[in-house]
Ligand binder design. Structure first.
Ligand SMILES: CC(C)(COP(=O)(O)OP(=O)(O)OC[C@H]1O[C@@H](n2cnc3c(N)ncnc32)[C@H](O)[C@@H]1OP(=O)(O)O)[C@@H](O)C(=O)NCCC(=O)NCCS
Length: 168
């Protein structure tokens, strides 16, 4: 699925400046995610729709101690865009991170040019926190990012509930 969506994902895909630029194959990617998951730093999820795999969501950078935070990344296949699939997945993941893992802070960042991704965070009521110049290496360059956050206690009855309520 990623291979079919190369052009769709490329402008938003993380790259690593000092490492080999050949993308990992499927088995290597799963092995790397499992390794990270066992360490407790990453929670990798697939996103399904009508029982079909349509994308990926990853809770990454999990830190405990005095920060208790994580960030969320995501994508959906182009043919499934615009159906509210990723907002639903992000709401579920954020509720899991804040309520079950008892994290204090969930963060999502994206390039300013990524209108659809900004819409995901705005719809779910993430708070705009600020800009980080040249924050992440994306599509071969250091790119500016906008940062959106939710803190524990800001949405007492959960992000999914609130979103469904505000949708009417
Ligand atoms: C960003 C992304 C994850 C949004 O997921 P989604 O499930 O389509 O989210 P939504 O259905 O809520 O749509 C979000 C916005 O996308 C736009 N959109 C709607 N249909 C679309 C389509 N067919 N194609 C592209 N964008 C579309 C709209 O602006 C929509 O906002 P609106 O609901 O206010 O009209 C998805 O566009 C994607 O995978 N993009 C490529 C990878 C990427 O950008 N990942 C995030 C990196 S930070």
């Amino acid at each position: 699925m990623r291979a079919r969506n190369v052009a769709w994902l490329k402008p938003w895909e993380a790259t690593a400046p000092a490492e080999r630029q050949v993308p990992l194959g499927f088995h290597a990617m799963v092995a790397a995610l499992r390794r990270e998951a066992r360490s407790g730093r990453v929670l990798p999820f697939v996103v399904t729709y009508d029982r079909e795999l349509v994308g990926q969501l990853t809770i990454g950078g999990v830190q405990y101690g005095s920060l208790r935070g994580a960030h969320i990344g995501y994508w959906v296949a182009e043919e499934f865009a615009g159906r509210g699939i990723i907002p639903t997945a992000v709401a579920l993941a954020t509720d899991h991170a804040l309520a079950t893992l008892q994290l204090h802070r969930v963060e999502i960042s994206m390039r300013p040019e990524n209108g659809p991704s900004r819409r995901v965070t705005e719809k779910l009521g993430f708070r705009f926190e600020g800009e980080r110049p040249r924050y992440l290496h994306i599509d071969g360059q250091w790119r500016d990012h906008l940062v959106y956050v939710l803190l524990a206690g800001e949405v007492p009855d959960g992000v999914l509930n609130r979103w469904h309520r505000t949708q009417g």
